[in-house]
Design a protein around this ligand. Structure first.
Ligand code: C2E
Ligand code: MG
Ligand code: MG
Length: 392
């Protein structure tokens, strides 16, 4: 560490407002639009280049300055949310915090106040904790994560793939998302094995009812691979570098759109629909195995059962601009809406212990509709593949 990065200098920097948050955009891979940004702190130290957080966060921790730093940065993030919201609604800012911030309840208490004052809504702010910090401080941070989650604040496990999570412990913390480590994401192009690490992390997140976010996305190839494998959000130099707030506000105003490969998205749409059907069958299977010992977890309809909240619905609603030239796409909406309604009725009937004849009737008509939709999606997939150049 450089000799002028001392505790005194950092204390001075906090008091003199030398710390600034930069914002790195995140886009949804379901539709290619901006969904928010990660806030990353920079220290503007004299005339030299801004100092990166890895160099001074550990110093703040050792010097007992972390709490002051967090309070200051959270205040900046909240103010930024106001400006970002004014530019465009619905974009979140995610902040990085250390285990001490959670254990001391600094974060949850302040956020509760901001929410109460109406300075932010729960969708404006998200919290990131690294996997190694989360796993190494499991008991210390759990309370605060639970409280944040009760307030509706989304939490993300950062740098996933570097910190020895066990699935059991991971599922005991109320994280909403797994953020795949940038090293893991960058290495995925180097071997089949590394590619499979990314694929299995994405499917594990899905099974744990979490979304997956990839960081360190540096190329079109990585971006398109992640789309085709069901990752939900991406962040990285391919999309944009971290930028000062004013630059980010100008970026937001441009309504950036990173379409990526539409074929990969159709492929995912098919997969999501199959997954939806599998959930219905799993629930049925559990009922059959032992009627007196229903597995409530399998029976519980998850958000994918409503079209509006499903991954499929998000893709369908946001692909209009790119795909409305395709007949098979235009025909999708009505049958898909009916399919989701049929799924809901089926789950209701299953819960109400309807007899086999009734369930058979419902699932048969569901499957008929399902077959028609899959046919449309296959047509769309073929049409897009044959026009690859135009639509990539
Ligand atoms: P992180 O949360 O994993 O943040 C991602 C880091 O990767 C950032 O480094 C970002 O600039 C960099 N990055 C993003 N996309 C790419 C890419 O495509 N390629 C490459 N090579 N790098 C990319 P940064 O800003 O230096 O932050 C380093 C770490 O410091 C962060 O890692 C986070 O753990 C921590 N940090 C940042 N801001 C704060 C803060 O306000 N509070 C706390 N406690 N920690 C912070
Ligand atoms: Mg982070
Ligand atoms: Mg990270």
């Amino acid at each position: 560490m450089s000799s002028d990065l001392t505790e005194k200098a950092l204390e001075h920097a906090i008091a003199n407002d030398e710390l600034e948050l930069y914002y790195q955009p995140k886009v949804s891979l379901l539709h290619g639009r901006l969904v928010g940004a990660e806030a990353l702190v920079r220290w503007n130290h004299g005339d030299r280049k801004a100092i990166a957080p890895d160099l001074f966060i550990p110093l703040a921790e050792r010097a007992g300055l972390l709490q002051d730093l967090t309070i200051l940065l959270l205040d900046k993030a909240v103010r930024a949310c106001g400006k970002i919201n004014a530019a465009k609604a619905g974009l979140a800012v995610s902040m990085n915090v250390a285990p001490d911030d959670l254990e001391s309840h600094t974060i949850s208490k302040l956020i509760a106040q901001y929410l109460e004052q109406g300075a932010i809504t729960a969708n404006d702010l998200q919290i990131e904790v690294t996997e190694s910090a989360a796993m190494g401080n499991f008991e210390r941070i759990r309370d605060d994560l639970v409280q944040l989650s009760a307030m509706g604040i989304k939490t993300l496990m950062d740098d996933f793939g570097t910190g020895h999570s066990s699935i059991d412990r991971l599922s005991q913390l109320p994280f909403n998302s797994l953020k795949l480590d940038q090293g893991v994401v960058r290495r995925m192009g180097t071997s089949q094995q590394n590619l499979n690490v990314v694929k299995s992390s994405i499917s594990m997140a899905r099974e744990l009812r979490m979304t997956s976010v990839a960081e360190g996305v540096e190329s079109a190839g990585a971006y398109n691979f992640l789309i085709a494998n069901g990752c939900e959000e991406a962040q990285g130099f391919f999309i944009a570098r971290p930028m000062a707030l004013d630059t980010y506000l100008a970026f937001v105003a441009e309504e950036p759109y990173l379409a990526g490969s539409p074929v990969g998205r159709v492929h995912q749409a098919i997969y999501n629909l199959m997954y939806f059907r599998k959930c219905l069958l799993d629930a049925t299977f559990c009922r059959k195995v032992d009627e007196n010992d229903l597995l409530p977890s399998v029976m519980e309809p998850d958000s994918d059962h409503s079209m509006e909240h499903s991954r499929f619905g998000a893709w369908l609603a946001n692909s209009r601009e790119q795909l409305e030239g395709y007949q098979s796409y235009r025909e999708l909406e009505r049958p898909v809406r009916q399919l989701f309604e049929q799924g809901e009725v089926y789950m209701e009937q299953l819960h109400a212990n309807a007899d086999d004849a009734r369930l058979n009737e419902l699932i048969t008509s569901f499957d008929k509709q399902f077959g028609y939709i899959i046919q449309l999606l296959h047509e769309l997939e073929r049409a897009l593949l044959l026009n690859t150049k135009q639509h990539f």
